[in-house]
Design a binder for this molecule. Structure first.
Ligand code: KIV
Ligand code: ZN
Length: 528
């Protein structure tokens, strides 16, 4: 029997009495449906590798029928991952299921995830199908998928707005057909915790064969209730939670992995469950996902936001110094946020850098380390202390980014109160060096005009943000841009001690992502 300290009360926790729930991560599939967050195969493999180390039980790697690029990404993730299940999404059609299986058949633990909407509104207006037809198609899809594997998940899309009795009938039929997991999605983020928990209890009580399957939930955050709904569902008997890192996903996002896991750990008496998540890895994977997708974590985001453990008010600081439990319900170390960060400087060697990057969750190849070390030395010449945030930005810029068609090799700008801002830019475009100039109403505008002309691109700059990634006047500037071309949106990020250079890097990163997306259009589950 283990005891844990909660608010100075010692509570006896018998972990053996707790059921382990299945953490199903869908960062690479539903998370990727966040506007502009598309990832290429190498980026997905990199995140999947860290998800496996984090201890998730399943990794939904993508939607193979959606595009060649996603098929390739799922295939590569399936080749790499050994301990977690690798899941491929498929509509309830023969073609989708065949594509899904083709992408994951060589995985150590493959799972096919097929879905069909069960709410009256979706069946009538989207599918144009009757209840009988939907039930039959769901059963047929599961039976067809069974020819490949026993590990099949069926999702009743828009489940939270479906007639509960029809939902139970569908779940009963697909379990009879061989589904091992049945998933209840709150697709449009409409549910309220008490009501959602009651729906889970209802399903548990009225689906005669539910004991033969795992009941899962998949919540969206349109009302900011995804985590609360997921926890209510777990308390009511759900044993799989579908989540994403940082809660990224379609529209307002999905349930956030870190919020569910830390709620379960911080409130061990709420539900008799546990997870296999290595919580000290949470912070580094949150940063990795943010860097790769270009989606920043809001500062006040629970668990992983920059302010989540920052105590501003004097009275709080005083209390925390006397006893952290006065104002801190979790210790920052439990999510891997260390206060005694090692500061790297220009005398730090390659080995020190490698081991520090490993601690931060980056496993770099020799070649990647060589590139990062060179840039690190250059940065350390300009900046006295190189902090973790600087290193993250550097790794992101030099090795994590999408394969580049366009690269910046030289930038010079002139600007001031009385001159027309001008930029001279040299770039590699698919390996060939080109040079050009541009003018604009400021130095960044001038550089962007030169880059647009050189690359022959027509994107529209929808958003531009700039911030300092650490404190101090020698801090690096971090620029994020959101670009749009036709209906495709891409995010780009760039960092450099010089903010004009950081802006150019961000723009070029966004253009590279747009190029990738033009070849591999992002697909949402309903847009196909
Ligand atoms: O939100 C949803 O309904 C989905 C399903 C495909 C599970 O993402
Ligand atoms: Zn979803």
């Amino acid at each position: 029997m283990k005891t844990e300290l909660h608010f100075n009360k010692t509570i006896a926790i018998d972990k053996s009495m707790k059921e382990k729930i299945f953490i199903f991560d869908t960062t690479l599939r539903d998370g990727e449906q966040s506007p502009g967050a598309s990832m290429n195969p190498a980026e997905k493999v990199r995140i999947a590798t860290q998800l496996e180390k984090l201890g998730v039980d399943g990794i939904e790697a993508g939607f193979p029928a959606a595009s060649e690029g996603d098929f390739e990404a799922v295939t590569q993730v399936a080749q790499k991952i050994k301990n977690a299940e690798v899941v491929a999404l498929a509509r309830a059609t023969v073609n989708d299921i065949d594509r899904a299986w083709k992408a994951i058949s060589h995985a150590a633990k493959p799972r096919i995830h097929t879905f069909l909407a069960t709410s009256d509104i979706h069946m009538k207006y989207k599918l144009n199908m009757t209840r009988e037809e939907v039930l039959q198609s769901a059963v047929d899809a599961v039976k067809y998928a069974r020819k490949y594997t026993k590990n099949i998940e069926f999702s009743a899309e828009d489940g939270s707005r479906s007639d509960p009795d029809f939902l139970c009938n569908v779940f009963e039929a697909v379990i009879d057909a061989g589904a091992a997991t049945v998933n209840l999605p709150d697709t449009v983020g409409y549910a309220i915790p008490e009501e959602f928990g009651n729906l889970v209890s209802y399903i548990m009580a009225h689906t005669s064969n539910i004991g033969k399957a795992v009941l899962s939930v998949h919540c969206h955050n349109d009302l900011g209730l995804a985590t609360a709904n997921t926890l209510a569902a777990i308390k009511a008997g759900a044993r799989q939670a579908e989540v994403t890192i940082n809660g990224i996903g379609e529209r307002a996002g999905n349930t956030s992995l870190e919020e569910v896991v830390m709620s379960i750990n911080t409130r061990p008496t709420y539900a008799a469950v546990t997870t296999g998540i290595q919580t000290p890895r949470i912070y580094s994977i949150s940063r990795l996902v943010s860097m790769i997708t270009g989606i920043m974590v809001q500062p006040n985001k629970a668990i992983v936001g920059a302010n989540a453990f920052a105590h501003e008010a004097g009275i709080h600081q005083d209390g925390v110094l006397k006893n952290p439990m006065t104002y801190e319900i979790m210790r920052p170390e439990t999510i891997g946020l260390t206060t005694n960060r090692m500061v790297m400087g220009k005398h730090s060697g390659k080995h020190a850098l490698l081991s520090h990057l490993k601690n931060m969750g980056f496993d770099l190849s020799d070649e990647e380390l060589r590139i990062v070390f060179k840039k690190f030395k250059a940065l350390a010449d300009k900046k006295k202390y190189v902090l973790d945030e600087d290193l993250e930005a550097l790794v992101n810029q030099e090795v994590l980014r999408t394969a580049d068609n366009f690269a910046l090799t030289y930038l010079q700008v002139t600007s001031g109160t009385t001159v027309l801002p001008m930029a001279t830019v040299k770039m590699l475009i698919n390996g060939t060096e080109v040079v050009g100039t541009g003018s604009g109403n400021g130095p960044i505008d001038a550089a962007y005009n030169a880059i647009a002309r050189l690359t022959g691109t027509q994107s529209h700059l929808m958003r531009f943000t700039i911030s300092a990634i650490t404190g101090g006047t020698d801090a690096q500037g971090e620029v994020t841009v959101r670009l749009k071309e036709k209906n495709i949106i891409a995010l780009g990020r760039g960092t450099d001690p010089d903010i004009i250079t950081a802006s150019a890097y961000a723009y070029i990163n966004g253009l590279n992502r747009l190029e990738y997306l033009k070849q591999n259009p992002p697909a949402t589950v309903d847009a196909l």
